[in-house]
Design a protein around this ligand. Structure first.
Ligand code: ADP
Ligand code: MG
Length: 297
């Protein structure tokens, strides 16, 4: 099946490759004579629109999997395909672009820059993507509105509660329309009210068709996802659907006929569109290199 070159975030490639496809993935850390198999022969598929929790006790390999999924670390063995593309075959620069455009990260510690206002933090992925300033602000403000922080756009992280800071981080993860939202213990630093706030936000994003992977050791956080992948000693030991979770979004469209569907825009660019397909236009046609935001400040 042929890939199209211009694809909006909610009409994925007709090929409908899983967003995540791990085959026999392993990660071995060596320190001196010691060897730790942090992840051992993990095979896993995650489809467009799924909301998956990866759970398990401390040391079971969750963060290692997160780093692999986020293209932040290389595997020792096996194959990782992100939306059909072999991550192992990518150059460092490809990986930087993928991390910036295809994946929205949410971390336990929020990882906001303290000297920047909320909207300035949210626009950062767009700065790296080379988007024009006016459009960046517009999209950053829209993302903050989506997480319920329209009245906090000029506040710095230190002027916001923990839950609000994490919502800013979620807005930053969303702003570039990534194909995957990847969160590592996103509620680990939040009280129960703020936790519920962030989890309701994830419910909403899931209902809107987002693909979300949440790494957590908390059972009540995992219970919100539609599917729970449980790890132990580097292995996947259970992979269960959660009947209590909110209903899955509508199933993806059936495989199309051999010719492109009439609604698919015709390919317009010979550029390596696979690295650009999740940013709103016109940035998805940008040919500017990834740049340091410091250059503009
Ligand atoms: P979790 O996030 O589930 O707590 P991790 O993925 O952090 O688990 O760790 C899995 C295993 O790999 C643990 O035994 C841990 O000590 C080991 N490990 C993780 N990172 C490193 C590293 N950089 N060097 C050596 N061992 C590591
Ligand atoms: Mg961890």
């Amino acid at each position: 099946m042929e890939a199209t070159t211009e694809i909006s975030p909610f009409t994925p490639p007709a090929a409908a490759a899983p967003v995540i496809s791990l085959d026999g993935i392993s990660k071995v850390y060596r320190t001196g004579p010691f060897e730790v198999r942090a992840v051992d022969d993990v095979t896993l598929r995650i489809e467009e629109g799924e909301y998956v929790a990866i759970s398990g006790p401390s040391g079971s390999g969750k963060s290692t999997v997160m780093h692999i999924l986020g293209c932040l670390d290389v595997v020792t063995g096996g194959t990782y395909r992100l939306a059909g593309d072999d991550v192992g075959a990518m150059t460092e620069q490809d990986l930087a672009v993928v991390r910036n455009r295809r994946i929205g990260f949410v971390f336990q510690q929020f990882n906001l820059l303290p000297s920047l206002s909320a909207w300035r933090n949210v626009e950062l992925p767009l700065v790296y993507a080379g988007m024009a300033r006016g459009q960046r602000r517009e999209l950053a403000v829209a993302a903050l509105e989506r997480v319920g922080l329209a009245d906090r756009i000029d506040h710095r992280p230190g002027e916001l509660s923990g839950g609000q800071q994490q919502r800013v981080a979620v807005a930053r993860a969303l702003v570039g329309e990534p194909s995957l939202i990847l969160a590592d213990e996103p509620t680990g630093n939040l009280d129960s009210v703020a936790t519920d706030d962030v989890l309701r936000l994830f419910d909403d994003l899931h209902a809107a068709g987002r693909t979300i992977v949440v790494i957590t050791h908390e059972a009540d956080v995992a219970a919100r996802a539609g599917r729970v992948v449980r790890m132990h000693d580097g292995h996947v030991v259970a992979d269960t659907r959660n009947p209590a979770a909110p209903v899955e979004p509508a199933a993806p469209p059936a495989p199309p006929p051999a010719s492109p569907a009439p609604t698919s825009p015709a390919p317009t660019s010979p550029a390596p569109a696979a690295l650009h397909w999740n940013l709103p236009s016109p940035a998805n046609r940008s040919t500017e290199p990834v740049q340091d935001p410091g250059a503009e400040r």
